[in-house]
Design a binder for this molecule. Structure first.
Ligand code: ZN
Length: 331
C-alpha cells in the first residue's frame, strides 16, 4: 500500500460518520450533512471495495463508478487508481478487520494477535488516505461517511490522520421493521442483475439486528470522544434544530453547526453529489419536504408490531419511543 510521506504530517481529516441500523434514514441525514458548506458526502463507503467498485455501481451523480471523474481522481490520489488487485486486497483486509464478529478484538486490540493489530493499522492507513483524497478532491474540510456499521467506528477511531465525529442515528424499530418487510424496492445504483432489489426481511430478524446495533452503538457513543445520538423522527420534525444541536455536541463550532442554508422549516434543498450506495432517495434532488415515514402505524401487521416491540423494548425505552406523548406507544 503506498504511503505518501508528504501528507503524514498534515492535519487529520475530519470525518462525520453516520452509525446505525439499516433503513433508519441515514441516506437523508448523510445528504443533509453533505450540503453544509465545507462538507462533502461520500455515501456508504463500507461498500466501496466490496461491491461498488467491483460491480461498477452508479454514483450519486448518475454515472457509473468507473466513469465518474470525482471517484477516478479520488482513486488516483489515494491509491494510484482503482487497480482491480488492490481493490480486492483492501476488500479482504476489510473482511479481516471491520466485521461485527471482530468486535471483541477491535475493542481490545492489545489482547488481539500481532497480525490482527497489523491489519488494523493497515486498514486505518487505507481509510486515512481515502478520506484525505475525498476531502482534497472536493475541497472540503469534513467528509461524511454513512457506512452505518458500528464495527467500522471501532476500527477507525483513534487512528492517525482521522478525526472521527460519530452521529448515531436511531429510528423506531417498528418503522425499521416495516421498511425491511417491504418487497420490490429497487436499488437504482445497480447496473447489473446482481442486486436488483433491496431484500425483504421478517420483523423478528430486523428487530434482533436493530437491537444488537443499538447496544453496540450505545456503548460506542458513550466511549467515543465525539459522538452523539440523533432520532430520525426528531430530524424530520425539526431538521435545523436537530442538526445544529448534534453538530455542536460532536465538537463543531457554532459557525459550522448553524450554517445550514439548505434547510428551511421542514424542507431541505438537495443537490446531486458523488455519494455511493444508500437507498433509492440517493438520486432525489431539489427542494424536498420532509415528512415522517410512519406508515407502519397503520400497515405493520399487529403480530409483527408486538414482536418488534418486545425484542426492541430496552432500546425503545432508552431512546424515548415508549413515552405517553409518542404515537409509538400504540400497539
Ligand atoms: Zn459521481
Amino acid at each position: 500500500m503506498p504511503t505518501p510521506a508528504a501528507d503524514l504530517g498534515a492535519a487529520p481529516t475530519t470525518v462525520v460518520y453516520v452509525m446505525g441500523a439499516g433503513r433508519s434514514g441515514s441516506t437523508l441525514l448523510e445528504r443533509m450533512l453533505g450540503e453544509i458548506p465545507g462538507f462533502v458526502t461520500a455515501g456508504e463507503l463500507i461498500g466501496l471495495f466490496r461491491w461498488i467498485a467491483v460491480d461498477d455501481e452508479l454514483c450519486g451523480c448518475g454515472t457509473r463508478f468507473s466513469q465518474c471523474p470525482f471517484w477516478q481522481s479520488v482513486g488516483r490520489r489515494a491509491f494510484g487508481g482503482w487497480d482491480e488487485a488492490r481493490v480486492a486486497e483492501i476488500a479482504a483486509l476489510q473482511r479481516r478487520v471491520a466485521r461485527q464478529r471482530h468486535l471483541p478484538r477491535l475493542a481490545a486490540p492489545a489482547l488481539a494477535g500481532a497480525s490482527f493489530r497489523a491489519d488494523l493499522a493497515r486498514y486505518g492507513e487505507v481509510y486515512r488516505q481515502l478520506y484525505r483524497a475525498i476531502g482534497d478532491e472536493a475541497g472540503a474540510q469534513a467528509v461524511v461517511d454513512a457506512s452505518k456499521w458500528p464495527a467500522q467506528v471501532l476500527a477507525l477511531r483513534n487512528r492517525p490522520g482521522i478525526d472521527l465525529r460519530v452521529l448515531h442515528l436511531v429510528r423506531d424499530v417498528r418503522g425499521v421493521a416495516y421498511s425491511w418487510a417491504k418487497t420490490g424496492v429497487v436499488r437504482p445504483q445497480s447496473t447489473s442483475d446482481a442486486l436488483p432489489e433491496l431484500s425483504s426481511v421478517p420483523a423478528a430478524r430486523t428487530a434482533s439486528a436493530w437491537t444488537a446495533v443499538q447496544a453496540e452503538a450505545g456503548l460506542l457513543t458513550a466511549t467515543t470522544a465525539h459522538a452523539t445520538t440523533i432520532r430520525y423522527e426528531d430530524l424530520v420534525a425539526d431538521p435545523r434544530g436537530t442538526l445544529t444541536a448534534a453538530l455542536s455536541r460532536v465538537g463543531f463550532p457554532p459557525a459550522t453547526a448553524q450554517d445550514l442554508p439548505h434547510v428551511s422549516g421542514r424542507t431541505v434543498t438537495l443537490t446531486a453529489g458523488h455519494g455511493v450506495g444508500g437507498n433509492p432517495s440517493r438520486f432525489t434532488t431539489g427542494v424536498v419536504e420532509l415528512r415522517l415515514d410512519d406508515a407502519w402505524h397503520e400497515q405493520l401487521a399487529r403480530r409483527d408490531r408486538l414482536v418488534a416491540t418486545a425484542i426492541g423494548l430496552p432500546a425503545l425505552a432508552r431512546h424515548r419511543y415508549l413515552g405517553r406523548s409518542s404515537r409509538s406507544v400504540a400497539l
